[in-house]
Write a protein that binds this ligand. Structure first.
Ligand SMILES: *Cc1c(COP(=O)(O)O)cnc(C)c1O
Length: 227
């Protein structure tokens, strides 16, 4: 795993440099869903500082087991409002907020503990019917509404394009997310920073970096195929 991790880190740096970006401008979220805590521990010992999890139940145990390590935990899966309480307790950044209803519930839970919860808005940029995420058309209004919730800070946008054999075909989706982020940043909304673009996975992260990704979510290339 160390070799795979080192190779991914090198590929991230060189993809950033290739388009004139600082290597440090792109951070790796190691996606550890279904991966046992012991394996995650060894990833942390080899330099991983951000972990991405998709399932609350699974993450809860893992985060507890690895609580001695100073790492950030990001929630990247689909989140139901009734799990908002746990998400706020466990995660530093939630990538997958796509409705005002969910945002309100997160805000309510964050208010209870006095936390300021950092979130990203998930956008269904390709418009595929089966995908979660706000539509491109809904996103500006959603960010404005979420921006008014006192215990949430919108740090940016996240997307998952359709799977393509050729990652270059995902580039228009990444570009569209970046442009949408630029448009929202220009509105200069309070408590909305638009610093982050969470896009790119094992098959397409280099294309995402070329279009401005700041967080790449990579699982398979680090931990191998999930069973
Ligand atoms: C599982 C998952 C990833 C990681 O995908 P890989 O192809 O294994 O790198 C990234 N983002 C989300 C939202 C995921 O669910």
């Amino acid at each position: 795993m160390k070799d795979r991790l080192d190779s991914i880190c090198r590929r991230i740096s060189s993809a950033a440099e290739k388009c004139g970006r600082q290597p440090g401008a792109v951070r790796l979220v190691a996606v550890s869903k279904t991966i046992p805590a012991e394996t995650v521990r060894s990833a942390i010992e080899n330099g991983v500082t951000i972990l991405g999890e998709n399932y609350i139940q699974e993450a809860r145990k893992k985060i507890e087991t690895l609580s001695a390590f100073d790492v950030a935990w990001h929630f990247i899966g689909h989140l139901q409002s009734n799990k908002a309480k746990y998400a706020v307790r466990l995660f530093d950044l939630i990538h997958s907020v796509d409705t005002l209803k969910l945002a309100r519930e997160l805000n309510k839970q964050a208010a209870k503990t006095g936390k300021i919860q950092q979130i990203l808005i998930q956008v269904n940029i390709s418009g595929e019917e089966t995908k979660s995420g706000a539509t491109e058309g809904e996103t500006v209004k959603l960010v404005q509404d979420v921006g008014r919730l006192e215990h949430l800070v919108v740090k940016g946008l996240m997307t998952m394009p359709p799977f393509f054999d050729d990652p270059q075909r995902a580039r228009p989706c990444f570009k569209a997310l970046r442009r949408l982020g630029d448009r929202i940043r220009a509105l200069d909304l309070p408590t909305v920073s638009m610093d982050e673009l969470s896009m790119g996975m094992t098959g397409d992260f280099e294309a995402a970096i070329a279009e401005g990704a700041t967080l790449v979510r990579i699982g398979t290339a680090i931990f191998g195929e999930r069973s």
